[in-house]
Design a protein around this ligand. Structure first.
Ligand code: NAD
Length: 484
């Protein structure tokens, strides 16, 4: 199984290699087979990418917005044409099942390119009347050279969620994928050039945190957008702050999903499973604290156990597989450590709980019942297929417990009581909420967190704020009234 790219980096409109960079291996998490060998970016590669971005950006920003949009729309069409091939590559790089990568990864990236491609020509300022003929107006300007840094769970989607709005606003971007999943962002870079983006407008450089840190610190960089853990977020935000650069932080979570007694049972169980087992639980917005009201709890647990036991683990390239492995041996061991910890703290294992298979980094979909707020598994992000079910009695109680976390990425509520749904959502400290659904992130809807889960929004019109700034222009129409 091979997925060797033409070269490690894509800089200034073409693939670029520098064998002096440290060797990076991309491994298929289902077998641990090496599928590609790359080199981390050397200072020379980083310099080439930033210099090209700085040069290309001014020209790109001067393009007619509708033409910038057209490039993004063409790129979206190319992603869709190549969806099957890109899905396979994403499966090899991440281990996510092909049943997911065919519908969620490049396809959602294409949605994003279409949304911001369409929006590019509609990004305008406003005129502000000031009386006596005076007025002011605002111009929406690009920020300049931007840096995007990605996590490993949704490689091409994250690259598109950052690149599409950034480019639509007239910025250039240097993107660094996660060192664990370097492959599909390179394809996006090539597709953008094929779609007509000038060389240098979107470059991809590989490497670990040190390469990311070098990009963030560079004086030419005007903006940083990170998708990653809270720990990395603190470092990247601090480095951005040193240069007084605006930042967007899409970080981790420990999101609550609240199931009231009157919820539709199958929908609530399905929502909880979607919010814990998709991508083998490696989703930042997962509702990993499932609060279930006492009247529905027994029925909920019975259906949840039955449906969870039926999940098909296996070869991610097999169309029937529903759950693949975790990204790495380290992540598998981390997740098993949380499972052991939950058992030691007295949580009741409903199903799962073990590593699975003879090869690869699989963990069985796991459900714990009887989890308390104080247990580590209920406080820390596991990033694996581990659901914690907690009981509750009253609305006020569950809202307080749901909010008692440093995180605030997402939250969900299942109830048939429409007034309660909106009342509870209004009180939840989370950037993204779902009522009677979970983990759906259509591009039309802003996405992002509060508290330690980060700030700034991706997707929707709101993302424009993250990738542009306003210039205000006051226009004097009469004589200048100076007191001197
Ligand atoms: P990570 O924090 O380990 O790495 C994220 C990226 O940051 C990688 O590309 C890494 O190389 C880079 N990086 C590390 N140190 C850096 C530094 N000092 N300077 C610049 N860049 C640096 O995260 P991960 O393990 O790849 O991903 C999992 C985490 O990401 C989870 O916590 C998950 O919740 C979060 N996540 C959040 C979202 C969201 O949208 N909120 C989406 C996906 C994943």
């Amino acid at each position: 199984m091979q997925a060797q790219p033409e070269a490690s980096h894509f800089v200034d409109g073409r693939y670029l290699e520098d064998a002096a960079g440290a060797v990076m291996e991309s491994r298929y998490p289902a077998t641990d087979a090496v599928i590609a060998r790359l080199h981390a970016a050397t200072p020379a590669v980083i310099e080439a990418a930033l210099a090209a971005a700085a040069r290309a950006q001014a020209d790109w920003a001067a393009w007619k917005p509708v033409e910038r949009g057209r490039v993004l729309l063409r790129a979206a069409a190319l992603l869709r044409e190549r969806n099957a091939e890109l899905a396979e590559l994403e499966t090899l790089d991440t281990g996510k099942p092909i049943s997911e990568t065919l519908v969620a990864d490049a396809a959602s990236g294409a949605d994003c390119l279409e949304f911001f491609g369409g929006l590019a020509a509609a990004l305008t300022g406003e005129a502000i009347p000031l009386g006596a003929g005076d007025f002011a107006y605002t111009l929406r300007e690009p920020l300049g050279v931007c840096v995007g840094i990605g996590a490993w769970n949704y490689p091409i989607q994250i690259a598109c969620w950052k690149a599409a709005p950034a480019l639509a606003c007239g910025n250039a971007m240097v993107f660094k994928p996660s060192e664990l999943t370097p492959l599909t962002a390179l394809r996006l870079a090539a597709v953008l050039v094929e779609a007509g983006a000038p060389p240098g407008v979107f470059s991809v450089v590989q490497g670990a945190g040190d390469v990311g840190a070098a990009l963030v610190a560079d004086a030419r960089v005007a903006k940083v957008s990170l998708t990653g853990s809270v720990e990395t977020g603190r470092k990247v935000y601090a480095a951005a702050a040193a240069g007084l650069k605006p930042a967007t932080m899409e970080l981790g979570g420990k999101s609550p999903l609240i199931v009231f007694d009157d919820a539709d049972l199958e929908d609530a169980v399905g929502g909880a499973m979607l919010g814990n087992f998709y991508s083998a639980g490696q989703v930042c917005s997962n509702g990993t604290r499932v609060f279930v009201q006492k009247g529905i709890r027994a029925r909920f647990l019975a259906r949840l156990a039955a449906r969870t036991r039926a999940i098909r683990l296996g070869d991610p390239l097999d169309a029937d597989t529903q759950m693949g492995p975790l990204i790495s041996a380290g992540q598998r061991d981390r997740v098993l450590g949380y499972i052991d910890g939950a058992l030691a703290e007295g949580a009741r294992l409903l199903t799962g709980g073990r590593a699975w298979g003879n090869a690869g980094w699989f963990v069985e979909p796991t459900v714990f019942d009887g989890v308390t707020d104080a247990m580590k598994v209920a406080r820390e992000e596991v990033f694996g297929p581990v659901m914690s079910v907690l009981g509750f009695s009253e609305e006020d109680e569950v809202v307080a417990r749901a909010n008692a976390t440093p995180f605030g990425l997402a939250a969900g509520v299942f109830t048939r009581d429409i007034a309660r749904a909106h009342r509870v959502v209004a009180r939840l400290q989370a950037g993204t909420c779902w009522i009677n659904s979970y983990n759906l992130t259509p591009v039309e809807m802003p996405f992002g967190g509060v508290k330690a889960s980060g700030f700034g929004r991706e997707n929707g019109r709101a993302a424009v704020e993250a990738w542009s700034r306003l210039k205000a222009v006051h226009v004097g129409m009469g004589p200048v009234d100076a007191p001197f």
